[in-house]
Design a binder for this molecule. Structure first.
Ligand code: ZN
Ligand code: ZN
Length: 181
């Protein structure tokens, strides 16, 4: 089992996530707070402060850039369909890309790491993209998603730091645990 070390690049916010010698180090990606759980604690333990599921393994926010990439791919295909095939595009096919993009954006919007206060601009951009998708407007949705991917913190798989509001939190080290017997 691996342990991840999280740290802010601007303040002293830092935490371990993963199983340690005496317990399980958990991280709330919404509050950006560390919580010590007993070894063998349920993997779906909730944050005592906000109620979201705590991360006890690889932090979810590390997936943000990859998820945006997938969504951008769907949206780009959708705009391409419109450009090249215009009115001939069967409604069902266009609806398929829209439904897929809506589903991906919907699950992204529910991610705990987008609920932390300094991530509000990211969450707002995701909601704007979802609204454009709901309005069958893939172009503005794609612009929102690409703008998010261009952010310096998101590109480096980091999210804004809740403690200082200036820096960003990211994984600065992974410790590989002893192989289980
Ligand atoms: Zn910070
Ligand atoms: Zn929390």
């Amino acid at each position: 089992m691996s342990r991840w070390h999280l740290a802010c690049d601007a303040c002293d916010a830092a935490a371990w996530v993963g199983p340690g010698a005496t317990g399980l180090d958990a991280w709330c990606e919404s509050c950006q707070s560390a919580h010590g759980l007993p070894l063998g604690a349920s993997a779906d333990a909730a944050c005592p402060d906000c109620g979201v599921q705590l991360s006890t393994g690889a932090p979810r926010f590390m997936e943000l850039h990859g998820e945006l990439q997938s969504i951008a791919g769907v949206l780009a295909a959708w705009t391409g369909d419109r450009d090249h095939r215009a009115e001939n595009l069967p409604a069902a096919e266009s609806g398929g890309a829209g439904a897929l993009a809506a589903g991906l954006l919907g699950s992204l919007a529910r991610e705990p790491f987008l609920r932390s206060p300094p991530a509000a601009p990211l969450a707002a951009a995701v909601l704007r993209a979802a609204q454009s998708v709901a309005d069958h407007q893939p172009e503005p949705a794609l612009r929102e998603v690409r703008a998010l991917m261009e952010r310096g913190d998101v590109r480096r798989c980091r999210v804004p730091c809740a403690r200082c509001g200036r820096g960003s939190i990211g994984v600065d080290g992974v410790e590989e645990g002893e192989a289980a017997e």
